[in-house]
Design a binder for this molecule. Sequence first.
Ligand SMILES: [Zn+2]
Length: 434
Amino acid sequence: MKKLFILSLLFTILIGCSEEDYLVENESLSQNDSVLKTLKNWGFSDDQIEDKGTYYLVDGDMVFYKNKKYHAPKKSNTKQREHPNSVSINNINVFINPNMNLNWRNASISAIGRWNAVSSGLFLNITTTTANAHIQIMYDSQDPSVNLASNVFGRGTFPTTNGLPGVRIWVNPDFNACSGAITQNMRISNVQHELGHNLGIMHTNQSSAILIPGTPSSDAQSVMNGGKACSINNFSAGDFLAIKYLFPPLTLAGSSLICNTSTVTYNVGSSTIPINWTTSSNLQILSSSNSSITVRPVNSSFNGTGFIQAALPSHTVRRNIWVGEAVVDMIEFENGIGEIGYYCSSHTGNTYSIFPRLSGTTHQIRLRRYPNLSIVYSPSTNYSGDSGTLNYTPTPGWYLFEVKRTNSCGIAEWFGTEVEFVDCSNGGGGGEEF
Ligand SMILES: [Zn+2]
């Protein structure tokens, strides 16, 4: 288990319980105790928790305010069934304090770019106003309540139970604790790291809290390692896994098939990320929003492939679909002894495959004999799937093998392809050279 963690959980329980009761209980105790208790429940030891008056500083650079509420640790046996992250919005506005110098402003922009390059379900948008900012990045000296020591590169704020990211990131332009000079990559990587805290991720190299499934048990390359301000460098493969687990990439949910006269809606779930929608030319957009699109075929007689595409600011999600009846483009034969292109007339169990591959289809087959195309075999069976076995042994010669496909939009026309049945009894494929 890797220790990129999120404080999620018990989301439904917190909502389900009376919030008032919770607050009353807090008042009768002390709010300090409540946050401290939560931190201890996550597994932090006393030496990892520093009391800073109005907040606790955890593991060196994570701020937990005493007057805020934080999610309790989730139960490990239920974690995969719960909403995995404590940040429940996905379009996050970040304000970069314009009074930081160019290096730090650029580092903040680059760090945001690295987060967006993960192609997770999050989008970090740079905003130029504090009014709509979810996260503000600033020097410690720009906040009277904070003063970072020269060996602290940055500090983040953990998200509370309100579903929003932690509100502030402080960086230290006077940091001087690395053996060499401070590089721009160090600035970028440390803002990247603090953004992780504000989005609910803890230190990879911690022993407490909840591990993210599928990530390594330790990860020296993780940008979320704590106490590594001089050496962290961009996301590791494990970081990518963890971020996509916590913030799953958007998907387009909806039917993989649109019938010619029907209207279908595709959903990306609850999203506030702006989306630029496009479709294949055989579809028209009836309506769209940041969370869904409704389309219908342009032409009532078109049968074939189509797509719906959602271009997000950071990446593109595409859904390939089928429009209309299940036509056939190609039939491939296999004669049962490994050769393609003909059937052995004496061999039962010759197989065929129908292309394109389409789910949810059935088909009928028939065989017509050249030169007059008389039907010699025409089972009434409706076979499911897009391949089958020809249980028929004709005399050698040329035939037209035909397939008629059905999907929930209707029944397509017969599609035929020529096939030769050869006498394979001499072992040579009927005189053909292979
Ligand atoms: Zn940290």
